[in-house]
Write a protein that binds this ligand. Structure first.
Ligand SMILES: [Cu+2]
Length: 121
């Protein structure tokens, strides 16, 4: 059991390829910040799981490919952004601690289960 836990921890915080962003060498041109592209449709996000690093700002661009107005919210990080159909919106936030945080569309969370998971490492 202890060995399994150690492997999991190493996998999470061991500095995999995604850490390249921290060096300012990221291909998206935003040194120090990571960028995530998200698509909102009727009625789901794609992808449904996104990742970020605690203490580092992350910029999420959400494109609404659906016919309805959607929304991107993370309650604990005070994120709440509406996205009109056919449009894109960008939000930047900094997760403060590691863990799994739910993001959701406030209009379709309850009716359609339009939610996703932000995994902070
Ligand atoms: Cu929605």
């Amino acid at each position: 059991m202890a060995a399994t836990a150690a492997v999991v921890l190493a996998g999470c915080g061991g500095g995999g390829g995604k850490k390249a962003t921290a060096n300012g060498a990221s291909s998206n041109g935003q040194a120090g910040a990571s960028t995530i592209n998200l698509t909102a449709r009727d009625f789901a996000f794609s992808p449904t799981t996104i990742t970020a690093t605690a203490g580092k700002p992350v910029t999420v661009t959400i494109k609404n490919d659906g016919q309805a107005e959607h929304n991107f919210s993370i309650t604990s990080l005070n994120v709440n952004k509406d996205i009109e159909k056919g449009e894109s919106q960008t939000v930047t936030f900094t997760p403060t601690q590691s863990g799994s945080i739910q993001f959701f569309c406030e209009y379709h969370k309850n009716s359609h289960g339009m939610v996703g998971t932000l995994t902070v490492t």
